[in-house]
Design a binder for this molecule. Structure first.
Ligand SMILES: Nc1ncnc2c1ncn2[C@@H]1O[C@H](COP(=O)(O)OP(=O)(O)O)[C@@H](O)[C@H]1O
Ligand SMILES: [Mg+2]
Length: 295
């Protein structure tokens, strides 16, 4: 069998806490093909960012691992660039210099100064920010900052672009514009993208595949959905498309109807806990009555 491009193989993670280890992820298992656009969706706190941070090499999996082109990756590297929700630009550098910083790090010794300059300009043009190269981060809008963050990521020519709710902080119109730009660029460059989102429409609009995560603790992949819609995708036309609405409904149903079923283990833990508490309550009943009277 051919190797998958990016494999997330039986990943589990335990975080040390004051009350002992907390199992955030358990047996998270899926793979991504080269050039594929994959979204990871799930309720807040289920472990989406943790999965992304493990792929980025920023967190170490306690069990399992991440394999990129047949090699295990467990440290950060320029082959996996991350775009965060907040742009994280250096406030003292111009738009141009923010992108140049990454380019110099990755291409030092490979590209000449002139080549690096035109590469930075090319990537700023891709995100439609070449007109504002000399501006400082405080002089541009949130959407523009996010575009610069994406340019910085693209300019490092990563094998995988990891995006953690990159449009989350933007108003609806800016978000739509930026989603369209990212889809255009992804199609042009055939970049492999992993996008974290909690927005159902965004996931269906942008993805080839949607990874739906169950609620934590011990979150895992609940369902996988292949989105077979032609590209380029146009949001207004798709809103009337039966297939689009079917996919949308599948994701909504997973998030709002099935989560209890998928989340069987933690539901059991919860009910065990409640049962225990009930038993404890009935043992303490007499004491409580006395305490109540005293107060
Ligand atoms: N460094 C950490 N230490 C302890 N717990 C963490 C850490 N990072 C995340 N968690 C816990 O793991 C769970 C998943 O978090 P996260 O991946 O940020 O969720 P999401 O991105 O889906 O909202 C949460 O319960 C969170 O509190
Ligand atoms: Mg998150």
């Amino acid at each position: 069998m051919a190797n998958k491009f990016l494999e997330i193989s039986k990943v589990g993670i335990e975080f040390p806490t004051a009350n002992g280890p907390f199992t955030a992820l358990k047996d998270v298992d899926f793979s991504i093909n080269e050039g594929e656009f994959v979204s990871i969706i799930g309720h807040s706190g289920c472990g989406k960012s943790t999965v992304l941070n493990i792929i980025a090499g920023l967190y170490q999996a306690t069990y399992g691992g991440v394999i990129l082109e047949g090699k295990e990756v467990n440290a950060p590297g320029p082959d996996r660039a991350v775009v965060f929700q907040s742009h994280a630009l250096m406030p003292w550098l111009t738009v141009y210099d923010n992108v140049a910083l990454g380019v110099e790090k990755v291409f030092k010794g490979q590209k000449t100064k002139a080549e690096m300059k035109s590469w930075v300009e090319h990537n700023l043009a891709l995100v439609k920010m070449d007109h504002a190269m000399r501006k400082m981060p405080h002089e541009i809008s949130g959407g523009m900052k996010q575009r610069v963050g994406i340019a910085r990521c693209l300019a490092m020519q990563p094998k995988v672009m990891l995006m953690d709710e990159p449009f989350g902080a933007l108003d609806a119109l800016t978000r739509a514009n930026l989603q369209d730009s990212v889809m255009e660029i992804q199609k042009e460059l055939n970049t492999t993208v992993v996008l974290i989102t909690h927005d159902v429409d965004e996931a269906v609009l942008m993805s080839d595949k949607i990874v739906m995560m169950s609620n934590g603790p011990a979150a895992k992949v609940g369902e996988l959905l292949e989105v077979d819609l032609p590209r380029p995708r146009e949001r207004v036309a798709l809103s009337k498309n039966e297939q689009f609405n079917y996919y949308r409904q599948q994701v909504l149903s997973f998030l709002y109807e099935k989560k209890g079923v998928v989340d069987f283990n933690s539901a059991k833990q919860q009910s065990d806990k409640q049962l225990k508490a009930k038993q404890q309550d009935s043992n303490n009943d007499g004491d409580e009555t006395i305490a109540d009277k005293a107060s």
